[in-house]
Design a protein around this ligand. Structure first.
Ligand code: ASP
Length: 320
Protein backbone atom coordinates (compact mmCIF):
# COMPACT_ATOMS: atom_id res chain seq x y z
CA UNK A 1 0.00 0.00 0.00
CA UNK A 2 1.32 3.47 -0.86
CA UNK A 3 1.24 5.85 2.10
CA UNK A 4 -0.93 8.91 1.58
CA UNK A 5 0.66 12.34 1.58
CA UNK A 6 -1.03 13.05 4.92
CA UNK A 7 0.36 10.05 6.82
CA UNK A 8 1.93 11.35 10.03
CA UNK A 9 3.20 10.24 13.43
CA UNK A 10 3.43 12.56 16.45
CA UNK A 11 4.94 11.63 19.81
CA UNK A 12 5.53 13.03 23.28
CA UNK A 13 7.89 12.14 26.10
CA UNK A 14 5.96 13.95 28.81
CA UNK A 15 5.16 17.52 29.79
CA UNK A 16 7.46 17.44 32.83
CA UNK A 17 10.33 19.30 31.24
CA UNK A 18 12.19 21.14 33.99
CA UNK A 19 14.96 23.34 32.70
CA UNK A 20 16.68 23.44 36.08
CA UNK A 21 16.99 19.67 36.27
CA UNK A 22 18.44 19.13 32.79
CA UNK A 23 21.94 19.43 31.38
CA UNK A 24 22.64 20.11 27.70
CA UNK A 25 23.58 16.42 27.40
CA UNK A 26 20.20 15.41 28.89
CA UNK A 27 18.40 17.54 26.34
CA UNK A 28 20.48 16.15 23.48
CA UNK A 29 19.87 12.56 24.62
CA UNK A 30 16.12 13.15 24.88
CA UNK A 31 16.02 14.72 21.42
CA UNK A 32 17.97 11.78 19.98
CA UNK A 33 15.58 9.28 21.57
CA UNK A 34 12.56 11.17 20.20
CA UNK A 35 14.13 11.06 16.73
CA UNK A 36 14.77 7.33 17.05
CA UNK A 37 11.14 6.75 18.00
CA UNK A 38 9.93 8.87 15.09
CA UNK A 39 12.14 6.99 12.65
CA UNK A 40 10.99 3.62 13.99
CA UNK A 41 7.37 4.65 13.50
CA UNK A 42 8.08 6.13 10.10
CA UNK A 43 9.61 2.85 8.93
CA UNK A 44 6.32 1.15 9.75
CA UNK A 45 4.30 3.92 8.05
CA UNK A 46 6.41 3.57 4.93
CA UNK A 47 5.85 -0.18 4.93
CA UNK A 48 2.11 0.50 4.89
CA UNK A 49 1.53 -0.68 8.47
CA UNK A 50 -1.70 0.30 10.26
CA UNK A 51 -1.61 3.30 12.60
CA UNK A 52 -1.89 1.03 15.64
CA UNK A 53 1.38 -0.69 14.75
CA UNK A 54 3.09 2.64 14.07
CA UNK A 55 2.07 3.88 17.52
CA UNK A 56 3.32 0.67 19.14
CA UNK A 57 6.68 0.85 17.34
CA UNK A 58 7.32 4.44 18.43
CA UNK A 59 6.25 3.89 22.03
CA UNK A 60 8.40 0.77 22.36
CA UNK A 61 11.49 2.86 21.54
CA UNK A 62 10.49 5.48 24.14
CA UNK A 63 9.80 2.80 26.77
CA UNK A 64 13.31 1.44 26.22
CA UNK A 65 14.88 4.91 26.52
CA UNK A 66 15.80 5.48 30.20
CA UNK A 67 15.24 9.25 30.21
CA UNK A 68 11.46 8.93 29.98
CA UNK A 69 9.01 7.85 32.68
CA UNK A 70 7.85 4.68 30.95
CA UNK A 71 9.34 1.20 30.76
CA UNK A 72 13.03 1.43 31.74
CA UNK A 73 13.45 4.72 33.61
CA UNK A 74 9.96 4.72 35.12
CA UNK A 75 9.44 6.63 38.36
CA UNK A 76 9.32 4.82 41.70
CA UNK A 77 6.35 4.28 43.94
CA UNK A 78 6.44 5.22 47.62
CA UNK A 79 7.52 1.63 48.34
CA UNK A 80 10.43 1.80 45.90
CA UNK A 81 8.83 -0.20 43.10
CA UNK A 82 8.07 0.54 39.46
CA UNK A 83 4.41 0.04 38.57
CA UNK A 84 3.72 0.58 34.89
CA UNK A 85 0.53 1.56 33.06
CA UNK A 86 -0.19 1.67 29.31
CA UNK A 87 -3.05 1.77 26.84
CA UNK A 88 -3.72 2.05 23.15
CA UNK A 89 -6.76 2.53 20.95
CA UNK A 90 -7.48 1.85 17.30
CA UNK A 91 -9.62 4.64 15.84
CA UNK A 92 -10.75 2.58 12.85
CA UNK A 93 -12.34 -0.23 14.85
CA UNK A 94 -12.89 1.46 18.21
CA UNK A 95 -11.02 -1.39 19.90
CA UNK A 96 -8.74 -0.70 22.84
CA UNK A 97 -6.38 -2.44 25.26
CA UNK A 98 -4.84 -1.37 28.58
CA UNK A 99 -2.73 -2.60 31.49
CA UNK A 100 -2.08 -1.08 34.89
CA UNK A 101 0.25 -1.75 37.81
CA UNK A 102 2.52 -4.22 36.04
CA UNK A 103 6.01 -4.67 37.48
CA UNK A 104 7.74 -7.11 35.17
CA UNK A 105 6.57 -6.31 31.64
CA UNK A 106 9.42 -4.83 29.62
CA UNK A 107 7.14 -3.03 27.14
CA UNK A 108 3.69 -2.46 28.65
CA UNK A 109 2.40 -1.03 25.35
CA UNK A 110 2.91 -4.44 23.72
CA UNK A 111 0.92 -6.09 26.49
CA UNK A 112 -1.87 -3.51 26.06
CA UNK A 113 -1.99 -4.47 22.40
CA UNK A 114 -2.12 -8.17 23.29
CA UNK A 115 -5.04 -7.47 25.66
CA UNK A 116 -6.84 -5.76 22.80
CA UNK A 117 -6.09 -8.38 20.16
CA UNK A 118 -6.00 -11.64 22.10
CA UNK A 119 -8.52 -11.28 24.90
CA UNK A 120 -12.17 -10.30 25.20
CA UNK A 121 -11.18 -7.60 27.70
CA UNK A 122 -10.03 -4.00 27.52
CA UNK A 123 -8.02 -3.67 30.74
CA UNK A 124 -5.95 -6.01 32.92
CA UNK A 125 -4.05 -5.14 36.10
CA UNK A 126 -1.19 -6.41 38.26
CA UNK A 127 -0.45 -10.11 38.62
CA UNK A 128 -3.27 -11.16 36.30
CA UNK A 129 -1.92 -8.96 33.54
CA UNK A 130 1.54 -10.45 34.03
CA UNK A 131 0.16 -13.99 33.88
CA UNK A 132 -1.49 -13.06 30.59
CA UNK A 133 1.81 -11.57 29.37
CA UNK A 134 3.50 -14.91 30.09
CA UNK A 135 0.85 -16.77 28.09
CA UNK A 136 1.16 -14.36 25.18
CA UNK A 137 4.93 -14.47 25.00
CA UNK A 138 5.25 -10.79 25.91
CA UNK A 139 8.76 -10.24 27.32
CA UNK A 140 9.01 -10.27 31.13
CA UNK A 141 12.04 -8.90 32.98
CA UNK A 142 13.28 -8.69 36.55
CA UNK A 143 11.92 -5.57 38.30
CA UNK A 144 15.52 -4.28 38.60
CA UNK A 145 15.52 -3.75 34.83
CA UNK A 146 13.43 -0.58 35.29
CA UNK A 147 15.75 0.99 37.86
CA UNK A 148 17.63 4.20 37.04
CA UNK A 149 19.61 6.18 39.59
CA UNK A 150 17.96 9.43 38.54
CA UNK A 151 14.46 8.17 39.33
CA UNK A 152 15.65 6.63 42.59
CA UNK A 153 17.08 10.01 43.60
CA UNK A 154 13.77 11.66 42.71
CA UNK A 155 11.97 9.27 45.04
CA UNK A 156 14.46 9.94 47.86
CA UNK A 157 13.86 13.66 47.42
CA UNK A 158 10.09 13.16 47.53
CA UNK A 159 10.40 11.02 50.66
CA UNK A 160 12.57 13.69 52.34
CA UNK A 161 9.94 16.29 51.49
CA UNK A 162 7.29 13.98 52.93
CA UNK A 163 9.27 13.59 56.12
CA UNK A 164 9.81 17.34 56.38
CA UNK A 165 6.08 17.89 55.99
CA UNK A 166 6.60 19.65 52.67
CA UNK A 167 4.67 17.12 50.66
CA UNK A 168 2.73 18.80 47.93
CA UNK A 169 -0.84 17.99 47.15
CA UNK A 170 0.11 17.63 43.52
CA UNK A 171 2.82 18.28 40.99
CA UNK A 172 5.71 20.41 42.09
CA UNK A 173 9.30 19.63 42.78
CA UNK A 174 8.57 15.93 43.30
CA UNK A 175 6.45 15.34 40.22
CA UNK A 176 7.92 14.40 36.88
CA UNK A 177 5.61 14.08 33.93
CA UNK A 178 7.70 11.88 31.65
CA UNK A 179 4.95 9.69 30.30
CA UNK A 180 5.35 8.78 26.63
CA UNK A 181 2.71 8.66 23.93
CA UNK A 182 2.08 8.54 20.20
CA UNK A 183 -0.69 9.30 17.72
CA UNK A 184 -0.60 8.25 14.09
CA UNK A 185 -2.52 8.63 10.85
CA UNK A 186 -1.71 5.83 8.42
CA UNK A 187 -1.80 5.58 4.65
CA UNK A 188 -5.36 4.25 4.74
CA UNK A 189 -6.52 7.34 6.67
CA UNK A 190 -6.93 5.50 9.97
CA UNK A 191 -5.96 6.94 13.36
CA UNK A 192 -4.56 5.35 16.53
CA UNK A 193 -3.26 6.55 19.89
CA UNK A 194 -1.21 5.04 22.72
CA UNK A 195 0.30 6.08 26.06
CA UNK A 196 2.74 4.43 28.48
CA UNK A 197 3.91 5.57 31.92
CA UNK A 198 5.39 4.78 35.30
CA UNK A 199 2.78 7.11 36.79
CA UNK A 200 3.82 9.64 39.40
CA UNK A 201 6.81 9.56 41.75
CA UNK A 202 5.96 8.47 45.30
CA UNK A 203 2.51 7.14 44.31
CA UNK A 204 0.87 4.86 46.89
CA UNK A 205 -1.88 2.34 47.42
CA UNK A 206 -1.92 1.02 43.86
CA UNK A 207 -2.62 4.47 42.46
CA UNK A 208 -3.45 4.43 38.74
CA UNK A 209 -3.45 7.61 36.68
CA UNK A 210 -4.97 8.58 33.37
CA UNK A 211 -2.51 6.92 31.00
CA UNK A 212 -4.12 3.46 30.92
CA UNK A 213 -7.66 4.81 31.10
CA UNK A 214 -9.36 4.94 27.74
CA UNK A 215 -10.92 8.38 27.33
CA UNK A 216 -8.68 10.02 29.96
CA UNK A 217 -5.08 9.61 28.80
CA UNK A 218 -5.72 7.91 25.46
CA UNK A 219 -8.43 8.10 22.83
CA UNK A 220 -8.79 7.45 19.09
CA UNK A 221 -11.78 7.44 16.76
CA UNK A 222 -12.30 8.07 13.05
CA UNK A 223 -11.77 11.82 13.39
CA UNK A 224 -9.20 12.31 16.12
CA UNK A 225 -6.45 10.66 18.21
CA UNK A 226 -5.04 11.93 21.54
CA UNK A 227 -2.35 10.96 24.05
CA UNK A 228 -2.03 12.99 27.25
CA UNK A 229 0.64 13.67 29.84
CA UNK A 230 0.18 15.49 33.10
CA UNK A 231 -1.41 15.30 36.52
CA UNK A 232 -3.45 12.20 35.83
CA UNK A 233 -6.20 12.69 38.36
CA UNK A 234 -7.36 15.79 36.48
CA UNK A 235 -7.18 14.10 33.09
CA UNK A 236 -9.46 11.39 34.47
CA UNK A 237 -11.88 13.89 35.96
CA UNK A 238 -12.14 15.87 32.72
CA UNK A 239 -12.08 12.77 30.46
CA UNK A 240 -9.47 14.85 28.69
CA UNK A 241 -8.55 12.71 25.67
CA UNK A 242 -12.15 11.84 24.85
CA UNK A 243 -13.32 15.38 25.45
CA UNK A 244 -10.88 16.74 22.85
CA UNK A 245 -12.16 14.28 20.24
CA UNK A 246 -15.81 14.83 21.19
CA UNK A 247 -15.36 18.55 20.48
CA UNK A 248 -13.93 17.72 17.07
CA UNK A 249 -16.64 15.19 16.18
CA UNK A 250 -19.72 16.82 17.65
CA UNK A 251 -18.73 20.37 18.49
CA UNK A 252 -17.39 21.35 15.11
CA UNK A 253 -14.12 22.54 16.63
CA UNK A 254 -10.83 22.16 14.80
CA UNK A 255 -8.24 19.98 16.52
CA UNK A 256 -6.10 22.88 17.78
CA UNK A 257 -9.05 24.72 19.33
CA UNK A 258 -10.37 21.54 20.93
CA UNK A 259 -7.00 20.48 22.34
CA UNK A 260 -6.21 23.96 23.67
CA UNK A 261 -9.68 24.24 25.20
CA UNK A 262 -9.35 21.02 27.15
CA UNK A 263 -5.65 21.03 28.16
CA UNK A 264 -5.27 24.76 28.83
CA UNK A 265 -8.93 25.23 29.79
CA UNK A 266 -10.78 22.32 31.44
CA UNK A 267 -7.72 20.61 32.97
CA UNK A 268 -6.28 23.85 34.36
CA UNK A 269 -9.64 25.06 35.69
CA UNK A 270 -10.06 21.73 37.47
CA UNK A 271 -6.68 22.28 39.17
CA UNK A 272 -4.34 20.17 37.02
CA UNK A 273 -1.60 20.75 34.50
CA UNK A 274 0.22 18.96 31.71
CA UNK A 275 -0.02 18.58 27.95
CA UNK A 276 -1.18 16.37 25.09
CA UNK A 277 -0.67 15.53 21.45
CA UNK A 278 -3.80 15.51 19.29
CA UNK A 279 -4.08 14.55 15.62
CA UNK A 280 -7.03 14.80 13.26
CA UNK A 281 -7.92 12.79 10.15
CA UNK A 282 -6.50 15.53 7.92
CA UNK A 283 -3.05 15.19 9.49
CA UNK A 284 -3.12 18.36 11.61
CA UNK A 285 -1.36 17.95 14.97
CA UNK A 286 -1.83 20.07 18.10
CA UNK A 287 0.76 20.08 20.93
CA UNK A 288 -0.85 22.03 23.80
CA UNK A 289 0.86 22.16 27.21
CA UNK A 290 1.12 24.52 30.16
CA UNK A 291 4.46 23.50 31.67
CA UNK A 292 8.03 24.66 30.94
CA UNK A 293 8.13 22.32 28.01
CA UNK A 294 7.03 19.01 26.58
CA UNK A 295 9.26 16.47 24.85
CA UNK A 296 7.51 16.32 21.49
CA UNK A 297 7.93 15.72 17.79
CA UNK A 298 6.43 14.58 14.54
CA UNK A 299 7.40 12.94 11.28
CA UNK A 300 5.61 12.94 7.94
CA UNK A 301 5.97 10.93 4.77
CA UNK A 302 9.31 12.58 3.90
CA UNK A 303 10.89 10.84 6.91
CA UNK A 304 12.42 14.02 8.38
CA UNK A 305 11.95 14.06 12.18
CA UNK A 306 11.05 17.35 13.89
CA UNK A 307 11.51 17.52 17.66
CA UNK A 308 11.24 20.16 20.40
CA UNK A 309 11.67 20.25 24.17
CA UNK A 310 11.15 23.68 25.74
CA UNK A 311 8.12 25.91 25.28
CA UNK A 312 10.03 28.38 23.16
CA UNK A 313 11.51 25.74 20.82
CA UNK A 314 10.16 26.11 17.30
CA UNK A 315 8.36 23.10 15.88
CA UNK A 316 7.16 23.50 12.28
CA UNK A 317 3.52 22.68 11.65
CA UNK A 318 2.89 19.40 9.83
CA UNK A 319 3.29 19.94 6.11
CA UNK A 320 5.51 23.02 6.44
N1 ASP B 1 -0.23 11.27 33.42
C1 ASP B 1 0.69 10.45 34.16
C2 ASP B 1 -0.01 9.96 35.41
O1 ASP B 1 -0.70 10.73 36.05
C3 ASP B 1 1.95 11.15 34.54
C4 ASP B 1 2.70 11.75 33.38
O2 ASP B 1 2.12 12.28 32.45
O3 ASP B 1 3.95 11.68 33.41
O4 ASP B 1 0.18 8.83 35.77
Amino acid sequence: MQPLATAVLAIHGGAGVERAGMTADDVAAARAALERALRAGHARLEAGAPALEVVGAAITVLEDAPMFNAGRGAVFTHDGRNELDASLMDGASGRAGAVAGVQRVRNPILLARAVMEHSPHVMMVGAGAEAFAGEQGVTLVEPAYFHTDKRWEQLQRALREDAAGQAQAGPGSTMYFGTVGAVALDGAGHLAAGTSTGGMTNKRYGRVGDSPIIGAGTWADAACAVSGTGWGEYYIRTAAAHEICARVRHGGEDIRTAAEGVINGDVVRAGGDGGAIALDAGGTVAFPFNTEGMFRGWIGTDGVPHVAVFAEDALPAVGE
